[in-house]
Design a protein around this ligand. Structure first.
Ligand code: ATP
Ligand code: MG
Length: 447
C-alpha cells in the first residue's frame, strides 16, 4: 500500500501546547484582568479585511505593506488581506459600525496576526498580539493612561524588571517635515554606505531608515539627528504633558530621540517597551498616537492612540513554570466504582472543584500520576469502598489518609467546599480535611 504522507505544518506557524500554552494563557488572563481595571471594553474583529484597510492606513512603503502581507483574491474576485496588525481594523470598525457615538472609546482585542516574515525565535508568520486603543481622545492623558495600562500589565506578569519604556515624540506635521529634511540631509551624506532597502526608503520615506535592522544602516541611523531641534512649541508642550503624566502615575520611562515606529500613521507619542532578554526580538510592546489614520480610511479627523504587544514574546519572558493542577484526582477501581466516581466527579466539578479522572494503570501508578500532576487530594473508590460506602481520601502532600462517607461526598462536602473555596481560593481544600477528621480512620472497616 502506498504510504500516505502527513501534511507539514506551515512555516512560521506554531502549535502551542503544554507549558507554552499555559504561559500564553497567563498573558491573556493578566491582560483581561488589567483591561478591566482600566475600564477598557473588549472587541473581536474579523481576521481578514479588504486589502485597502491596511494598504491605505499603514503606508505603502512600510515593510508590512510592501513585503509582509498575506493578500489574496477570494472566489468573488475581491482582494482580501489577513490582518497584519489590529489598529487599522479597529478603526475600520469604528467607522463602519458608527461607534463615533461612544467616543472616547477605550477598546482592547487580541488574536492571531499574519506577516510573511523570515521565521526565527520570537518571530512567526502567524503570531498573536494583545492590543489596546483609545479612539477619539486628543488629550495627552489618553497616552498616559495607555502607558500606565501597559506598565501595570508587565508588573502583573512579573516581567517589568528588565523591560524599559523608551519614549519619543514624532511631533506634529510641521515638526515631521522639518525633521524629515534634516534626516534626508544626513542620510544623503551616507548614501554610499546604506543598504539597498534604505536607499529606497531614502526616496520614499526616510524616517523608516531609523527603524532599519540592517547592520549596515545601524551606525548611520544611530548617528542621525534627533527630533528635538525641530519640535514646534505645541508638539513640545504635548510631549511634556505626557512625560509629566507618566511621572505622576509612577511609570518609569527613558527618552529615545530616534525611536520611530514601523508603520506610517504615528504622530506625537511613540513608544516601545524593550528588553535585552530576547536577543534581536527585543521589542515586546509598542505603539503610539495615530491622529491621521482614521482620515486615511475616509473618516472625519479623529485622534487615536494605542499599543500592541506580541503574546509570544511576553510569554517567553515569564519565568516560572505555569501550572494547572487538578484539586482532586478521582481513582475508581473497577466498573461499578467508575460509575460511582462519575457521579462524584459531576458533583465536585459543578461546584467549582477541578477533578482529573483519566489516569490509567494500577492503583500505585495512578497515585504516582496524580502526585506528579500536583493534585491536592486523591479519592479512591475500590471494592472495599463500595462495600462500606466510604471513599478513601488521601492528602497527596502529607500522605495523610482517611475515609469519607459517600453521602458526605455527595451532599455536604459540595456545599461546604463551595462556600469555603470561594472565600479562600480554589486550591485550598480545608473542607475535605475537616471531613477526614470526623470520618472514621482507615482500617476500622465500617462494613
Ligand atoms: P519588529 O521590529 O520586531 O519587527 P514591529 O515593529 O514590526 O516589530 P509591531 O508592528 O509594532 O512590530 O507589533 C508590535 C509587537 O508585536 C512587537 O513588538 C512584537 O512583540 C510583536 N510582533 C511583531 N511581529 C511579530 C512576529 N512576526 N512574530 C511575533 N511577534 C511579532
Ligand atoms: Mg516587523
Amino acid at each position: 500500500m502506498a504510504r500516505i504522507e502527513t501534511p507539514r505544518p506551515i512555516r512560521g506557524t506554531q502549535d502551542i501546547f503544554g507549558d507554552e500554552q499555559r504561559r500564553f494563557a497567563r498573558v491573556l488572563e493578566a491582560f483581561d484582568h488589567v483591561r478591566r481595571l482600566f475600564a477598557f471594553q473588549r472587541v473581536d474583529l474579523p481576521v481578514f479585511e479588504d486589502t485597502q484597510v491596511f494598504a491605505r492606513s499603514i503606508g505603502e512603503t512600510t515593510d508590512v505593506v510592501s513585503k509582509e502581507m498575506y493578500t489574496f483574491e477570494d472566489r468573488g474576485g475581491d482582494s482580501l488581506t489577513l490582518r497584519p496588525e489590529f489598529t487599522a481594523g479597529v478603526c475600520r470598525a469604528y467607522l463602519t459600525q458608527g461607534w463615533q457615538h461612544y467616543t472616547p472609546l477605550k477598546l482592547v482585542t487580541s488574536g492571531p496576526l499574519f506577516r510573511y516574515e523570515r521565521p526565527q525565535k520570537g518571530r512567526y508568520r502567524q503570531f498573536h498580539q494583545i492590543d489596546a486603543e483609545v479612539i477619539g481622545a486628543a488629550e495627552p492623558a489618553a497616552d498616559v493612561e495607555l502607558l500606565a495600562f501597559a506598565d501595570q500589565l508587565l508588573h502583573e506578569l512579573g516581567i517589568a524588571d528588565g523591560v524599559t519604556l523608551q519614549l519619543n515624540t514624532l511631533g506634529d506635521a510641521e515638526t515631521r517635515d522639518a525633521w524629515r529634511t534634516a534626516l534626508v540631509a544626513h542620510f544623503e551624506r551616507h548614501r554610499g554606505e546604506l543598504s539597498e532597502d534604505s536607499l529606497v526608503r531614502l526616496d520614499k520615506n526616510p524616517m523608516r531608515i531609523l527603524d532599519s535592522k540592517d547592520p549596515r544602516d545601524r551606525p548611520i541611523a544611530d548617528a542621525a539627528p534627533d527630533i528635538d531641534a525641530h519640535l514646534t512649541s505645541e508638539a513640545g508642550a504635548f510631549f511634556e504633558k505626557v512625560t509629566k503624566g507618566l511621572d505622576a502615575a509612577g511609570v518609569k520611562w527613558t527618552r529615545n530621540g530616534r525611536l520611530v515606529r514601523g508603520l506610517d500613521y504615528y504622530r506625537h507619542t511613540a513608544f516601545e517597551f524593550v528588553t535585552d532578554r530576547l536577543g534581536a526580538q527585543g521589542t515586546v510592546l509598542a505603539g503610539g498616537r495615530y491622529d491621521g489614520l482614521i482620515e486615511s480610511l475616509g473618516g472625519p479627523a479623529t485622534p487615536g492612540v494605542g499599543w500592541a504587544a506580541g503574546i509570544e514574546r511576553l510569554a517567553m519572558l515569564l519565568e516560572a513554570r505555569q501550572s494547572e493542577v487538578p484539586d482532586i484526582a478521582l481513582i475508581p477501581v473497577g466498573e461499578e466504582a467508575e460509575r460511582k466516581a462519575l457521579g462524584f466527579a459531576a458533583g465536585l466539578r459543578s461546584c467549582g472543584v477541578a477533578v482529573e479522572m483519566a489516569y490509567r494503570g494500577n492503583l500505585k501508578k495512578r497515585l504516582a500520576r496524580a502526585n506528579s500532576a500536583g493534585a491536592h487530594y486523591a479519592i479512591i473508590v475500590g471494592e472495599d469502598e463500595l462495600k462500606s460506602e466510604m471513599a478513601t481520601v488521601k492528602c497527596l502532600a502529607t500522605g495523610q489518609q482517611g475515609r469519607v462517607a459517600f453521602h458526605q461526598l455527595d451532599e455536604n462536602i459540595f456545599a461546604l467546599t463551595d462556600a469555603r473555596w470561594k472565600m479562600r481560593g480554589i486550591n485550598q481544600l480545608p473542607a475535605l480535611k475537616d471531613f477526614m477528621s470526623v470520618a472514621e480512620p482507615s482500617g476500622s472497616d465500617a462494613g
